[in-house]
Design a protein around this ligand. Structure first.
Ligand SMILES: [Zn+2]
Length: 139
C-alpha cells in the first residue's frame, strides 16, 4: 500500500501525509479509542469509512490497520478470516474492470453502512459467485 513494504513504512507515510495536509501545529497521529472498523472492498481496494469524518480509509489487510489521513486517527480494522478472503479473491478478480457492463469488484463482508451503500447482510463468497454468474455467466 502506497508502495510501503513494512508496517513501519506505512505508518511513516501516514504521519507525513497527515502532518503535511491536515494536521494543526504539533498535531500527530493518534490511536482510535473505539472498536475496530469493518473493512470492505470498493473498486477492488480494501477500505473502511472513518466514523468521525466519513472519509475513506485505505486498509492494510495484513495487520488489519488503517488510518484516516484527514483526522489522523489510526484504527484497528476488522477483516474476514484469511480463508474467506482467499475464497473470495479469485471471484472478485474474475470481474471485468473495463467496459460498459462491467461490474465492479465490490464486497461487503460485514453488514452495515459503507459509504453510500447499506449492506443489509454480510456477503459471502457464494454470494459473490452468484453475482458473477448473474452478470457474467458461469465463472
Ligand atoms: Zn476521519
Amino acid at each position: 500500500m502506497y508502495r510501503c513494504r513494512t508496517p513501519a513504512e506505512l505508518r511513516s507515510f501516514w504521519r507525513i501525509y497527515f502532518r503535511t495536509h491536515f494536521a494543526g501545529p504539533g498535531e500527530d497521529l493518534k490511536p482510535s479509542t473505539g472498536g475496530p472498523l469493518a473493512a470492505y472492498v470498493n473498486h477492488g481496494r480494501w477500505v473502511a469509512d472513518c466514523p468521525l469524518c466519513g472519509a475513506g480509509i485505505a486498509v492494510a489487510v495484513d495487520g488489519a490497520v488503517g488510518c484516516c489521513l484527514e483526522c489522523g486517527i489510526e484504527y484497528e480494522i476488522q477483516v474476514p478470516p484469511d480463508s474467506v478472503i482467499e475464497e473470495a479473491t479469485p471471484i472478485l478478480l474474475a470481474r471485468p474492470t473495463r467496459g460498459p457492463h462491467r461490474i465492479r469488484a465490490n464486497w461487503y463482508p460485514f453488514p452495515g453502512v459503507f459509504g453510500a451503500v447499506l449492506a443489509l447482510k454480510a456477503e459471502t463468497p457464494a454470494d459473490l459467485a452468484l453475482e458473477n454468474e448473474l452478470h457474467m455467466g458461469a465463472v
